[in-house]
Design a protein around this ligand. Structure first.
Ligand code: ADE
Length: 347
């Protein structure tokens, strides 16, 4: 996005914005009340609640002094009642600080109860003309499409990275139109799922998803699952510079080749016990460097051993290094160990 695109957005917003009661004020208190009400509630529903609320409690001092009963009555039917309780708590703190309205310092504002990065950005850019962006789910959808963002928009660090992007793009004299422009675009044009109205969009020229006909592929919303760690003990059986490989039957790397392994970590003593004592294999066992391999959902922590057979192997799955590397699909997780063996020249 360039400054010319932002100009298009602001022009579009100025010409197309809905006439909403909180758009007729610059009072930070009123902007704040509207933003908190709008967080989980539709615009049409908020209009009446907002109008009554502001008529009953026109200043932050009135909110600080209102009884909880009256406050909850004003909020009745809006749901998420902790929003209302936090509003009052916040108002009380502001009055205790000796202020007559919300503070305009970003760090002070963000430390007040119930004020997160979105609400702070909205108050600062809409009411105080400060270059602090406000990114909610709707704005994030617009950005994910414009930039073809492949990371999940549910990730905090993704939203944070766009705060920086938007801050740089926000014009000093149009902070309100900038923030409300993105909000309005997300609500009226860049609609979720199957109905974005791209023909009407002022950001069409710079929207990467639109340019590549991929609008419906964005935003990506996957919740990042934490990777599971699996311990493995990998055995590289060797005989006269040939090595045993097996075709994998497991779902992960199915059909590729690998080295025989146990799905847990084994010490040198344990592996010696298993191969030499239990299975009577005539061999020497060399512990190799431990390796790690990261897949999308699993991380393998691999304990590796080279098993030098003293007698000819009974199985026919032994091949030379050249043959393995050129003919068989050995995935990186195993290839890394195999290459290391030759680097160290142990064979
Ligand atoms: N949703 C969140 N903030 C809004 C605003 N200022 N105007 C319209 N809808 C919104």
């Amino acid at each position: 996005m360039k400054q010319t695109d932002i100009k298009e957005l602001i022009k579009w917003y100025t010409e197309n914005k809905r006439d909403l009661p909180w758009r007729r004020t610059t009072d930070p208190y009123k902007i704040w009340i509207s933003e908190v009400m709008l967080q989980q509630t539709r615009v049409e529903t908020v209009i009446n609640y907002y109008t009554t609320f502001i008529k009953e409690l026109p200043t932050i001092k009135d909110l600080a002094q209102v009884s909880e009963d009256k406050l909850l009555k004003l909020w009745e039917g809006l749901g998420y009642y902790s929003r209302a309780k936090n509003l009052k708590k916040c108002a009380e703190q502001v009055i205790q600080l000796g202020l007559t309205n919300l503070p305009q310092e970003e760090d002070v504002l963000k430390n007040l109860p119930g004020i997160g990065p979105y609400t702070a950005g909205a108050i600062l850019s809409i009411a105080y003309q400060k270059q602090v962006p406000a990114i909610d789910g709707n704005v994030m959808r617009v950005l994910a499409r414009v930039y073809e963002e492949n990371r999940s928009i549910l990730e905090n660090k993704v939203r944070k990275s766009y705060e920086e992007t938007l801050q740089k793009l926000m014009p000093e004299n149009y902070t309100r139109e900038f923030t409300e422009g993105f909000i309005e675009l997300g609500a009226r044009v860049c609609l979720p799922k199957g109905n974005p109205l791209c023909e009407q969009c002022p950001l069409q020229k710079c929207c990467q998803a639109y340019i590549h006909s991929k609008v419906l592929d964005y935003p990506v919303k996957k919740v990042k699952t934490k990777r599971k760690t699996e311990e493995k003990t990998v055995l590289i059986f060797a005989y006269h510079k040939t090595y045993a490989i097996t075709k994998r039957k497991e779902s992960l790397l199915n059909g590729l080749y690998g080295f025989p392994s146990y799905p847990y970590k084994m010490s040198l003593e344990e592996i010696t016990e298993k191969l030499i004592k239990e299975q009577n294999i005539n061999c020497t066992i060399v512990p190799l460097e431990e390796t790690k391999h990261i897949f999308s959902h699993i991380e393998w922590h691999m304990t590796n051993y080279l098993i030098n057979l003293q007698d000819p192997p009974v199985k026919d799955n032994f091949y030379s290094k050249e043959e393995i590397l050129s003919k068989y699909s050995l995935p990186t997780s195993f290839r890394k160990i195999f290459i290391k063996i030759s680097e160290y020249d142990i064979l």
